[in-house]
Every structure is written in C-alpha cells, then in structure tokens.
Design a protein around this ligand. Structure first.
Ligand SMILES: [Ca+2]
Ligand SMILES: [Ca+2]
Length: 310
C-alpha cells in the first residue's frame, strides 16, 4: 500500500515536471515569436520612415534644379544643386543626397555623331582599350543592320553560344554596354565614371566634366591643359562655349580653325540631365534611392528612371 502511494506520487511529480517543461518551451517559443514580430514591425515602420525622408529630400532636389533653371541657363559645380552632398541629421537618423550632372559625362548614344565618336575613341585609348570598340558601339546604336564594311552586324552576335541581335537603338542604361562586341565587365567598370546613356545625342558640359573627359574632348587638350582648365573653372566657370574653347585652344585662327570648330560642336555650358543619389537611415532601417531626371528649358523636372536599393 505504502509502495503504491510512493509510486503514484513519483508519477505525479514527473507529470508536473513534464507539464512545466511543455509550458516553458511554449512560452519561450511565444516570446521569441513576439520579439520577431516586434522586430519585423519596427523594420517595416522604420523603412517607411526612411523612405519618407528620401521622398522629402527628392522633392527638395527637384526644387533646387527647378529654381536653378529659373535663375540662369548656365550650370556649374559652384551652384546650390551641386552642394547637396552633406549628410543631414534628421529624427532618429540621417539623410544624405547628391546630384550629379550627367552632361559632364560622355553620352554613349552620341557615337552616332562623327564629332563624338572620336571623343569615345580617346576615352578608350586613355584606358588602354582598343579604339575599334567605338565602331562596334556605333553599329550597336545606329538604326541600320550593316557594318561600315557592308557585312551584317548581327553575324558576330548570332555566332555566340547564347545568340542575340544588336539593339539598333539608343542604349537604355550604361550596363547595356556589356552586351556590345568587345566589351566585358572589366572595360565597362573602367569606363563607368566617365560615361552615361542619355535618350538623345548630347554635348558635354565643360563646367562639370572631369579631367579625363576634357582630355578626350580634343586631341589638343593635354593632361596638363585639362588640369589648368579645371583649376581655372573653380574660380571662374565658363559662361559660353566660345569662352571655353578659346581658353582650351586659344582664340580661333586660321591655324586652329578645324580643331576649334570640332571642340565647339561637342561643348555646352548648360545641363538638362541629372542623377540623384539619396540615402536615408531611420532607426534600424537604411535605404537608398537612385534616379535619373530630365530638366526642361522652363525648369520642369521629369523622372526618367527611379530605383530603391537596400
Ligand atoms: Ca544653373
Ligand atoms: Ca546598327
């Protein structure tokens, strides 16, 4: 009798311990789930706030560009839109923004113009790349399907393990260059700081172009000359195409007439395409926005492309 009671007590103790163990495991799982849900909710809420900060900064960037066009028709790096870079503290985080002038870069879609294809050839040579690549790019962009030698542009592309055809239209993005004959990820990465892909052919804004681009613009612009031009422009930006070409090549004369004309043809001091990069952090969330915008002559800013990256 005594033995039975002791056994029953033992079973009861084990049962209690089992129940306690189950309760403990379930509670731990619930707490973990609650913490996870809470973290997810914070992430979603904070991401929403970070995006709200970005939208605010984006709106501000558009206003800066619009106001700038109202103020003047010349664009240079001393203007307010070019000074947006500093990260600003905001509630529970920070926001940073940068506007880059895309007209200061070489527009790949300009290669259909003879005066511009030579600029691209020089850019290729600067980076020890074969100047022949400019011919392949021209064939990729131009409307016809024949090379300058009269052969079919697509013969090469159709012979690849995964065949495709040339676009025969403007590049939509710089990354598309990797599809063009002769280019690969390395050459695209090398050229990336100096190139862009804008919808139409375009001139280069010499008030924002970097030294490498200035050197590529004319065979008469040496690295030393480009350096001098950039130093001078910091104090006194170019107010006209003529003023820049005079400074780069000397006043137009019988001896430099062709060079002068060629450089003037691809030069501008005004910009209509910009790249916006805006980053924001709010609490645990961090996100970035990159967009390309067009600014019309009356200052209207239109978004061409817009992408969030984590
Ligand atoms: Ca301006
Ligand atoms: Ca073509």
């Amino acid at each position: 009798m005594m033995l039975n009671r002791a056994r029953e007590q033992g079973v009861a103790v084990i049962m209690v311990m089992l129940v306690l163990a189950i309760v403990a495991v379930t509670t731990a799982a619930l707490v973990k789930r609650h913490q996870f849900n809470q973290a997810m909710a914070s992430q979603v809420i904070h991401l929403g706030q970070a995006k709200a900060h970005i939208q605010g900064a984006e709106h501000w960037a558009h206003l800066l560009l619009k106001q700038d066009r109202k103020d003047n028709n010349i664009d240079h790096l001393g203007e307010p839109w070019a000074q947006m870079a500093l990260p600003m503290p905001v509630e529970q985080g920070f926001v940073s923004g940068q506007i880059t002038d895309l007209k200061g870069k070489f527009n790949l879609n300009s290669v259909v113009n003879k005066s511009s294809v030579v600029v691209f050839k020089r850019l290729l040579e600067q980076h020890q790349l074969n100047p022949q690549l400019s011919v392949y790019l021209t064939d990729w962009v131009d409307a016809n399907a024949e090379t300058q030698q009269g052969t079919l542009e697509d013969a090469y592309y159709l012979s690849l393990p995964v065949p495709y055809r040339s676009a025969n239209q403007a590049l939509l993005d710089v990354s598309e260059l990797g599809l063009v004959r002769g280019f690969d990820a390395t050459s695209v990465r090398l050229l990336k700081p100096y190139i862009t892909a804008l919808p139409l052919t375009s001139k280069i804004n010499v008030n924002s172009a970097n030294e490498a681009v200035l050197i590529a613009m004319s065979e008469a612009i040496s690295p030393t000359k480009a350096q001098q031009l950039v130093t001078r422009r910091k104090l006194n930006y170019w107010r006209s195409v003529g003023a820049f070409v005079d400074a780069a090549l000397g006043a137009k004369s019988a001896s430099n007439q062709t060079q002068w004309q060629n450089l003037a043809e691809i030069t501008t001091v005004s910009s209509d395409y910009f790249r916006l990069k805006i980053g924001a952090q709010f609490g645990v969330a961090k996100t970035r926005l990159e967009s390309t915008v067009h600014r019309s002559d009356n200052g209207t800013v239109t978004v061409i492309s817009r992408m969030y990256t984590p």
